[in-house]
Write a protein that binds this ligand. Structure first.
Ligand SMILES: Cc1ncc(COP(=O)(O)O)c(C=O)c1O
Length: 229
């Protein structure tokens, strides 16, 4: 998913020029100017409210987010949608629920991860109709909180604003703001996995912006088109 196309002459030139100066650095121990200036541009793009952590892949971003939300909240449990894809390392795979083949032979995975149905208006789960699928999913989540998972022990909900590998499904309008409000009532963080949807691919920098929702943590990866941020 290289948004610049492959072997774009400007990208090739930038790689060559950087290799002449400094070919490798481990960000956790050292830093260098291109990293700092990208971080500054990202922080400025996001209104100065967020901090940036660089990794090597979307999966590593998800792993970092799992650690961050647990550390920050002191809470153990994580939520995600059935059909989600968040990566294939052990933590990220525990959130991924798009194909059991990814998990085959690697279990048991991270304990304390719960999945609820995605509000798919085309194939509505939970016996719902396309019109009330959002209500049905939110009621299902409240039922989960009443019967299985104490909400005050949930650190975060990981969400693809448009479900990618699970079928390229846009949730019903208004669903994400209602989900965010429900999570906020319980002090649960929203992690937006914008690995596929972010960096302008849906017309806004984050897909969540279409619904007027701000996440607590964003995960970005893949190619970033010129000018983002
Ligand atoms: C929504 C989503 N999250 C996470 C990942 C994992 O990213 P990566 O392949 O860069 O590790 C992907 C990969 O396609 C993805 O689509």
């Amino acid at each position: 998913m290289n948004t610049t196309g492959y072997a774009h002459p400007k990208v090739v030139e930038a790689v060559r020029a950087q290799a002449e100066r400094f070919a490798h650095v481990c960000f956790s121990d050292f830093t260098h100017e291109p990293t700092l200036s990208l971080a500054e541009r990202l922080v400025a793009r996001l209104g100065g409210k967020y901090r940036v952590f660089f990794g090597n892949s979307g999966t590593e971003g998800i792993e970092a987010a799992i650690k961050l939300v647990r550390h920050h909240t002191g809470r153990p449990y994580l939520l995600a949608f059935a059909g989600a894809f968040h990566g294939r390392s052990l933590g990220a795979l525990s959130l991924t629920a798009s194909r059991s083949a990814y998990r085959k032979g690697f279990g048991p995975l991270l304990p304390g991860v719960f999945h609820i149905p995605f509000p798919n208006p085309f194939r509505p789960p939970l016996g719902a109709s396309p019109k009330d699928v959002g209500d049905a999913v939110l009621e299902h989540l409240e039922h989960l909180f009443r019967t299985v998972v104490p909400p005050e022990e949930v650190a975060a909900f990981f969400v693809e604003p448009i479900q990618g590998e699970g079928g390229y499904v846009v949730p019903p309008p208004g669903f994400l703001p209602r989900l965010k409000a429900l999570l906020e009532r319980h002090g649960i963080l929203l992690v937006a996995d914008e690995v596929q949807t972010g960096a302008g691919r849906t017309g806004r920098f984050f897909a969540l912006e279409h619904e007027g929702v701000e996440a607590d943590v964003y995960v970005l990866a893949k190619g970033w088109p010129r000018g983002t941020p």
